[in-house]
Design a binder for this molecule. Sequence first.
Ligand SMILES: CC(C)(COP(=O)(O)OP(=O)(O)OC[C@H]1O[C@@H](n2cnc3c(N)ncnc32)[C@H](O)[C@@H]1OP(=O)(O)O)[C@@H](O)C(=O)NCCC(=O)NCCS
Length: 170
Amino acid sequence: MNLNLETERLILRPFSEDDASLLFELNNDEDVTRYTGQGAYKNIEEALEFVKGYKQYENYSMGRLNVFIKDTREYIGWSGLQYLKAINEVDIGYRLIKKYWGKGYATEASKACLDYGFNTLKLDKIIRTAMKANIASINVFNKLGLKYSHDDDCGQQPGVVYTITKEEWK
Ligand SMILES: CC(C)(COP(=O)(O)OP(=O)(O)OC[C@H]1O[C@@H](n2cnc3c(N)ncnc32)[C@H](O)[C@@H]1OP(=O)(O)O)[C@@H](O)C(=O)NCCC(=O)NCCS
C-alpha cells in the first residue's frame, strides 16, 4: 500500500525515525495538546521511541502521517487513520502546529486520509472521538461530513463520538 498521499497544497507521508524532533516540537506546546489527552514528550529520545514502536503501517496498512506544505516543504503536523484494536474501529485524527491552524489544512489532509480509508482500504466506517470543548476539531468533523453518533468520555473529559460510513463518504 502506498501511504504517501498528496492534496492540492499538502503532502503526507509515514513517520520516519528522522522525524522525532518534529514530533517533539509539535507536542511541546500546551495549546496543541490541550484536548488530546497527551502531553509533551520528555525529550527527542522519547519521541524517537514512539516512532520506533509505531506499527500501524506494517500491521494495518494505515497510520498517522506527517504533513508538509507542498510548495515550501514546511512541516505542519500530522493527520491520518489509526486502527483501535480495543474497540475494533478505525479513527481519523489530526494535530497541527499552532501557526498553521485556521487555514483549512486539517480538513484538506483528513479528506485525503478518508479517501484512502474508504477507496483503498475499503473500510465500511471511520470514527472519531473529541472532547466537547474542542470546537475546532468538531468543526473539522462537520466539514468532513462526519455525523454525531453519541456522547462518550474522551480520556477523563466529556466527549462526543462522530462517524462516517462508506456510503456517506461517496
Ligand atoms: C483541530 C485542528 C487540527 C484544526 O486544524 P485547522 O487546520 O485549523 O482546521 P481547519 O482550518 O481545517 O478547520 C477548523 C475550523 O474550525 C474553526 N475554528 C478553529 N478554532 C476554533 C475555535 N476555537 N472556536 C470555533 N471555531 C474554531 C475554523 O475557523 C475552521 O472553520 P471554518 O473553515 O468554517 O472557518 C487544530 O486546531 C489542532 O491541531 N488542534 C490541536 C490538536 C487537536 O486538538 N487535535 C484534535 C483532537 S480530537
